[in-house]
Ligand binder design. Sequence first.
Ligand code: ZN
Ligand code: ZN
Length: 115
Amino acid sequence: MRAEVILMKCPETGGIYGVRTEERHGDWYRTWAFKVSERTAAREGFDKTVIRGNLIPDDDYNGCPYCKAVYFVQCNRCGKLSCWNGEERMTCAWCGLTGDTRQIEEAIDVEGGGY
Ligand SMILES: [Zn+2]
Ligand SMILES: [Zn+2]
């Protein structure tokens, strides 16, 4: 089973965190989020992880360790991921781009409806 760690950033606190993901049948399940320092993230290469496909929160996914967000948006300028708590407008936690959540797209994940 492939498992990777992707990085996300929390706009409320500016904190970064790693999200452990597992590949199951071609989709990626987010299983665990944990605080990480930028130094550790860089050393471990978490910022270089590239995965494709849906990013589905597992039933046990604990959410952002700072604000508990389960969902995220992907910035269409820098391509990085930030927590999303349902705001209509938000600022990318990484590069500062402000837009509505259509401009900062709701990410590569497709939740499959029902949410
Ligand atoms: Zn957060
Ligand atoms: Zn950005």
